[in-house]
Write a protein that binds this ligand. Structure first.
Ligand SMILES: Nc1ncnc2c1ncn2[C@@H]1O[C@H](COP(=O)(O)OP(=O)(O)OP(=O)(O)O)[C@@H](O)[C@H]1O
Ligand SMILES: [Mg+2]
Length: 247
């Protein structure tokens, strides 16, 4: 699959690391140009330029996705392609992948292709029912627990980096995006920032405020105990039980 396959149109988001564009395969774009057809974007592509991130760290990103692409609550990387200054490209089928590890490989841009999601959890916050909020919290706990179990930390776990898609039965499936600050470490991962943000997200979703001692003292107590726990892994089951008891 090369870039010609995509038509990038609307911009979804512009961040520190790159710009996220809407993308469609040319075949679908052709079908959608027919009368009475509805436009549906299939993909989101993240365009990262090397003045924001060096070539060899791009390799780390691709390897990070390889490690976690099987996790159900991580938005999987579908495809990537790197552009070199000499006019050539490197993609997953290339045997020149290792070239990208060189700081002076001449890589100036990488395009990461993901499935298109619908809304961030920050946007959905206003419309979710109490049951959907609880479900979002349980999925967030699962995200962090499953990531840390394979020694990956996200480090930017706010509700703008979690996206939801409504399922035919009305429930939402949530997926974690944006691993620009993510990293992998077999011998000792810095997990505390993710735990801090996890409890903050839970409090905000369930009570609308963080900290939440004044309105929900019991939940606040469990969140604080979890956040301060020195056990590794921390007591996820108590967090799950506390979320489930909120009415
Ligand atoms: N797969 C996707 N489908 C639809 N929209 C997306 C997708 N991925 C990202 N977006 C939109 O683009 C925004 C920025 O994406 P992302 O967080 O990956 O980039 P970023 O460069 O790190 O941005 P920021 O610095 O704002 O976190 C998201 O908040 C979201 O609104
Ligand atoms: Mg982001």
């Amino acid at each position: 699959m090369d870039l010609d396959f995509y038509v990038t149109e609307r911009v979804y988001g512009r961040g520190e690391a790159g710009v996220i564009h809407e993308a469609t395969s040319q075949y679908t774009a052709m079908l959608q140009s027919l009368p009475h057809s509805r436009h549906i974007a299939e993909f989101a592509v993240k365009v990262i330029r090397s003045n924001h991130i060096l070539g060899y760290t791009l390799v780390d990103k691709v390897e990070l996705y390889d490690r976690m692409n099987h996790l159900p609550h991580i938005l999987p990387l579908l495809h990537w392609v790197a552009f070199l200054r000499d006019g050539t490209t490197i993609d997953p089928s290339s045997d020149r992948f290792d070239l990208l590890r060189e700081p002076d490989a001449g890589c100036y841009m990488i395009i990461l292709t993901f499935e298109r999601m619908h809304y961030t959890l920050a946007e959905l916050d206003r419309v979710l029912t109490p049951g959907q909020r609880k479900d979002a919290c349980l999925q967030m706990i699962h995200m962090i627990r499953s990531l840390h179990a394979i020694d990956i930390a996200h480090n930017d776990f706010h509700m703008g980096n979690i996206m939801g898609r409504k399922q035919p039965d009305g429930s939402y499936i949530f997926k974690l995006i944006d691993f620009e600050l993510g990293h992998h470490d077999d011998d000792g991962l810095e997990t505390q920032p993710d735990y801090d943000q996890l409890v903050e997200n839970i409090a905000l979703l369930l009570t609308g405020e963080y900290p939440c001692e004044a309105t929900h003292p019991e939940l606040a107590q469990v969140l604080e105990t979890f956040r301060r726990s020195r056990r590794r892994p921390p007591p996820f089951n108590r967090l799950i039980a506390a979320v489930n008891t909120i009415s």
